[in-house]
Design a protein around this ligand. Structure first.
Ligand code: ADP
Length: 484
């Protein structure tokens, strides 16, 4: 079933509550009015009963027949009493006024302790309130009933009820109209927000919902939605830029491969020339493969599907492995490679392939951007519960304005030079992602022309006894860890 709109539901709730309030108010007022009218009648009856009691007490020594005569003559004239009935304790009638003779009063309960009791009775189609009271005058006990006509009071009460029943639906109708108008007014900004939101798509993500200045929940809602749109827009832009940059980067090596092959085939060449062309093609194919691999790593990182296998390991072993590999590169490039690894263990919780990749990225950069004869230094130290690995070079350095951007994807200080050296500007972005996943930080300090220092700081681990050997060749010993 289709749910009713919020506006309609609010109106219905408003109506239901209004109706309930009206019912409670109406019934309450009716009861209070009735009680007040009875109270007035009861007071009048009490006064009459007190008069009669005094009258009876003044005549306590006369016979019943005399009393009967005196009431008929004196009392009746004094009090113009029309609805009086007096009997003795045994129930024998002593006096009864004419109206009650004609319309006998059904027996009324009497309180034996002498307290007055009040009852409503209908006689000859007229409503009455009667007081019943036991009165003692000397040796005599009398049961007295005095009536008070109530038709005027009851008419007032009925009129009140009639007005109530007339006005209540009118009031309800008016209230429902006002309620509906109020809810429409309150929810109008929601409709406006929904209309704008419906027009926003991937092509106009920069549009924003109308800014409300109501200072209430709706303003908070529109502000929150706008913030969310902002986040979606920047994520969307990042993806679009990434796709554009990636296609651009892939196009260059592919067109180079294409040109190289085309040139080689244009005319017949000797074996040496073919060999050189194929070597160029191989080099470009390697670069393309590396680029595709880097793109994949970043795409997996973005989608959250890159699972790191975090387990206790000794980073020192990884660093030592790297030094032997990079020492050869250093000698080939005529660079000095120093290592300061004067620590016994460098225990961390980490993924060894990922951490190896970080070390390789930093060393690769250091060797790429340091002209011979220069020095590259790899060092590791413990620093207040953290492991600090730094890669220092005496190379070309990085200008301050570039230092904040080199961790961005595809950012290269000198595009042409970096490409020539085989870089697409993705290495540091990948390194930063890996370090972050190890709850660490990566920073750079550099001076143009004098070299750079890249520092990676990750929390040091307390290695449990069973991992005391700290085998870096034992990835299975770690638990699977999915980056958040
Ligand atoms: P690339 O693969 O192009 O080296 P990176 O993300 O690793 O990409 O580095 C980004 C840019 O930062 C490089 O293009 C280079 O301009 C600069 N850079 C990185 N490391 C160094 C360094 N040790 N010395 C000088 N410049 C560096």
């Amino acid at each position: 079933m289709k749910r009713l709109s919020i506006g309609l539901r609010l109106t219905l709730w408003y109506l239901a509550i209004f109706l309930l309030a009206e019912l409670i108010f109406g019934a309450g007022m009716w009861f209070i009015l009735r009680q007040n009218l009875y109270d007035i009648a009861d007071q009048a009856l009490q006064g009459q009963a007190a008069d009669l009691e005094r009258f009876l007490q003044a005549r306590q020594n006369i016979s019943t027949a005399q009393l009967k005569a005196e009431i008929s003559e004196d009392y009746k004239i004094e009090s113009s009493e029309d609805y009086l009935q007096i009997s003795d304790a045994a129930g024998n009638l002593i006096y009864r006024s004419r109206f009650l003779e004609e319309h006998p009063l059904p027996p009324l309960p009497v309180d034996q302790r002498g307290k007055p009791r009040y009852e409503n009775r209908k006689l000859a189609q007229r409503r009455f309130r009667f007081i019943s009271k036991k009165m003692i005058a000397g040796d005599h006990v009398y049961i007295v009933q005095i009536g008070h006509p109530m038709h005027e009071e009851m008419e007032t009460l009925d009129d009140f009820l009639r007005y109530l029943l007339w006005f209540a639906p009118l009031l309800l109708l008016g209230a429902s109209a006002v309620g509906y108008w109020l809810s429409r007014r309150a929810l109008a900004p929601v409709d406006a927000l929904a209309r704008t939101a419906r027009t926003i798509s991937g092509h106009n993500l920069s549009s924003r919902l109308e800014k409300l200045h109501t200072g209430d929940e709706l303003q908070r809602l529109s502000d929150t939605l706008n913030e969310m749109l902002g986040r979606i827009e920047s994520a969307f832009l990042r993806i679009t830029e990434f796709t554009a940059d990636a296609s651009h980067e892939l196009r260059t090596p592919i067109s180079l491969i294409h040109t190289e092959a085309e040139l080689a085939l244009r005319r017949s060449r000797n074996q040496e020339e073919y060999r050189e062309a194929l070597l160029h093609i191989l080099l470009e194919a390697d670069r393309t493969a590396k680029l595709v691999e880097e793109l994949l790593a970043l795409a997996r990182a973005d989608s959250g599907s890159e699972v790191l296998n975090i387990h206790p390991l000794d980073l020192l072993k990884l660093l030592k492995e790297s030094t032997s590999k990079w020492a050869q590169v250093a000698s080939l490039r005529n660079l000095k490679f120093e290592e300061h690894l004067d620590v016994e263990h460098v225990p961390v919780m980490g993924d060894e392939n990922a951490l190896r990749r970080v070390i390789d990225i930093l060393l690769d950069n250091a060797f790429k951007y340091t002209p011979a004869p220069g020095t590259v230094t790899l060092s590791a130290e413990q620093n207040q519960g953290n492991i600090l690995v730094s890669v220092e070079d005496t190379g070309m350095g990085i200008a301050p304005e570039d230092q904040i951007r080199i961790f961005e994807r595809f950012y290269r200080v000198d595009k042409a030079r970096s490409r020539e050296l085989g870089g697409a500007g993705l290495g540091l972005a990948i390194a930063q992602w890996i370090v972050k996943r190890h709850k660490g930080t990566i920073t750079v300090k550099s001076e143009l022309g004098s070299g750079s220092v890249f520092r990676v700081e990750i929390p040091s681990a307390v290695i449990p006894a069973e991992h005391a050997s700290l085998s870096s060749n034992n990835p299975g010993s770690g638990e699977n860890y999915s980056p958040d």
